[in-house]
Design a protein around this ligand. Sequence first.
Ligand code: FAD
Length: 557
Amino acid sequence: MGTDTEKKPILLTVDDDPGVSRAVARDLRRQYGESYRIVRTESGPQALETLRELKLRGDLVAVMLADHRMPDMSGLEFLEEAMDLFPQARRALLTAYADTDAAIQAINVVDLDHCRLKPWDPPEEKLYPVVDSLIEMWQASDEKPVTQTQVVGHRWSARSFEVRDFLARNSVPYKWLSSEDPEGERLLKAAGVGPTEIPLVVTPDSDYLIAPTIAEVAARVGLSTEPTTDFYDAVIIGGGPAGLGAAVYAASEGLRTVLVERQATGGQAGQSSRIENYLGFPDGVTGSQLTDRARRQALKFGAEILTARDVVGLDLRPSSRAVRFDDGGEVVAHSVLLATGISYRKLEIPGADELTGRGVFYGSTITEAPWCSGDDVYMVGGANSAGQAAVYLSRHARKVTLLVRADNLERSMSYYLIRQIADIPNIEVRLSSEVVEARGDDHLEELTLCARGSGKTETVPATYLFVFIGAAPRTEWLEGIVQRDENGFVLTGPDLRTTGQRPRGWNVDRDPYYLEASAPGVFAAGDVRANSVKRVASAVGEGAMAVQLIHSYLEHQ
Ligand SMILES: Cc1cc2nc3c(=O)[nH]c(=O)nc-3n(C[C@H](O)[C@H](O)[C@H](O)COP(=O)(O)OP(=O)(O)OC[C@H]3O[C@@H](n4cnc5c(N)ncnc54)[C@H](O)[C@@H]3O)c2cc1C
């Protein structure tokens, strides 16, 4: 059945007599078949099962016509339960003369629109006028079919936040429903799960996932998670600006390229509300716009992009490099580019870990901002990323308080941002100030702040704390494989030759290329590289440059 047909609103009938059931359906199809889909069922339980499927598929039910006298479940009982799933659908009971009393009673119980006496012949006189008026009433409700993924979760559920953030950062359109909203409850009921089994992810093809992993969500919403072949010229690890830049150049120059991203393409840049200093965008560009374009560009040239795959190991084999995933899978290539950037440092205070995703957030301002409207929010950090986020959040929150440990912003934040912040009345900057504890049961409820110097503490009510306290490379998995500096950044090219010697174990008769790590054929670009510049432009530039060096490596291998 084509999508068009599926998304026609539905007229559902239920009658236990197959002959009658077929006849009603035939009459309805003749009159309404062009604009409505007629769904025929032969018992209350069967009709309810059908309604549950329709609900999960995002279909609309306009009218339900139920026979009253049915053995398993009366029409009345059916309509009562059906209302929980499709409250907007108009309802009619088909009764024989003898059941008129029951039907009249039903008008009050299930807010029935019509009880229609059988037989309905001729339909032009007895059936269509009733159905017409039911359709007209339903049309006034202005219901729309749901064509996108729906997520039922709770505002303060860390798992729900994870899924929401993942979909948002991967530009997958979705509809969010709280498990406490009536429509959220209806979907949970249709899937047969309780309010604690969240998030529930419902895709438009009526498939659903209960409390899924991110990899399951990725696969279900159409993001690639599996390589299509088992050998590539280049595996790029990390889908930030460096990785995407490399993917565009590598694929456009004919290298068989696969990019593996643990969470969402865009990396840190994807979380930026406005990048003002990237060449070619005089009015700035949002991180998600830049990411979306880069991603499409890489795919256009034939790069594969795998999402929700976490790389945990790198094996140096005699004539190849194998990249291992956390689920045991692997992808093998001639060369590897490490473009894993840096990740936010964790806030080491009591309560922060327990409340992460439930009021304490690392980055994620774009996903969370709409939720903060009217709230007072707190932010920790004094660098550009915190400044940008404060400016962005100030458009949603009632007030933004930026907590900065240092006694000035000038040393850590760009002048243009300091100026912008000073001009925004609902941003307060508290210098020499830090947060020392986060508390809350179900979600963040209060913070303890401490004034550095005096040591004076203050407890404030808070539902949001956004943390931007610097970042570190997460490269522990490269231990013993490539050389890193004392902070975990990958050493490349000239940085490997500070003693005038080639790296230990280096087995080719040339020096490491400029962006090559201490293992031949393994390169690093962007923020993860020791002494890199930590900018979007430099990450993209290094990604492009790495591809040239990969070409040289492949030629002389
Ligand atoms: C909020 C914010 C605003 C910023 N604003 C600006 C700005 O205005 N101008 C500017 O020039 N710079 C800005 N920056 C800095 C800039 O975004 C970074 O320098 C740039 O993103 C670095 O790119 P990258 O590709 O090296 O790394 P990242 O962007 O950090 O990307 C690395 C990617 O690798 C993935 N990854 C990590 N480990 C693994 C693994 N093991 N397996 C699979 N995938 C993995 C990560 O999930 C991530 O997506 C900003 C940064 C932030 C956080």
